[in-house]
Design a binder for this molecule. Structure first.
Ligand SMILES: C[S@@+](CC[C@H](N)C(=O)[O-])C[C@H]1O[C@@H](n2cnc3c(N)ncnc32)[C@H](O)[C@@H]1O
Length: 184
């Protein structure tokens, strides 16, 4: 069963400089994201990764910041104005039972950071991400160990594989269960 959705009142806890010291977003994302790419940050929350993603894709790239909660997207919108990156980022409101993204095979890289455990129907979720990724596209899934049990993460991976993904690499640290999934 899905965990409760993290409320927008906790946005400050998700987007602060101290968290950057723990997550080290540049080290995490820089190896995978190149200028010109289209990147989906699904469950983007208040946009902890958004400015960095916009910098990494550069002026010819595009970032889709997607979240279930309009309040989170409103916070991201303010951040885009502040950081002057509105032109590279579009906001997308999902639904609880569907990402509601149209088209297929146009995303190079997707990140779902600390969000899959909140998804009501992970089966559909992994299939939808698989559909929108380009062949050869990558999907970074990271779950917090303090919050998500190993068997829950293993179940997520079973569903990811059922959707068609293979595991390119994994990194289980003290704080994270993390995998890079690959669409052939
Ligand atoms: C714990 S927060 C993490 C936010 C962000 N990824 C980060 O690490 O700062 C989880 C986010 O996932 C969003 N979420 C939950 N279920 C979702 C779904 N089915 N589609 C899109 N977003 C969802 C929530 O609204 C919340 O903003």
């Amino acid at each position: 069963m899905a965990h409760a959705v993290c409320p927008a009142e906790r946005a400050r806890m998700l987007d602060n400089p101290l968290r950057s010291l723990l997550v080290r977003p540049h080290r995490l994302l820089n190896p995978y994201i190149k200028p010109g790419m289209t990147v989906l940050d699904v469950g983007c929350g208040p946009g902890f990764f958004i400015t960095l993603l916009a910098e990494l894709v550069g002026p010819s790239g595009h970032v889709i910041a997607a979240d279930l909660q309009q309040e989170m997207l409103d916070i991201v919108r303010e951040k885009l104005k502040r950081d002057n990156i509105s032109g590279r980022v579009s906001l997308h409101k999902t639904h609880a039972d569907s990402l509601d993204l149209t088209g297929s095979g146009y995303i190079d890289f997707t990140i779902a950071f600390h969000m899959v455990h909140e998804v009501q129907n992970p089966d559909t979720f992994f299939s939808e991400v698989y559909t929108v990724l380009k062949p050869g596209g990558l999907f970074l899934v990271s779950e917090p160990r303090g919050h998500v049990k190993k068997n829950e993460f293993d179940e997520e991976i079973v569903l990811a594989k059922k959707a068609g993904f293979t595991i390119m690499s994994d990194n289980y640290s003290l704080r994270e269960f993390q995998v890079i999934l690959h669409k052939a």
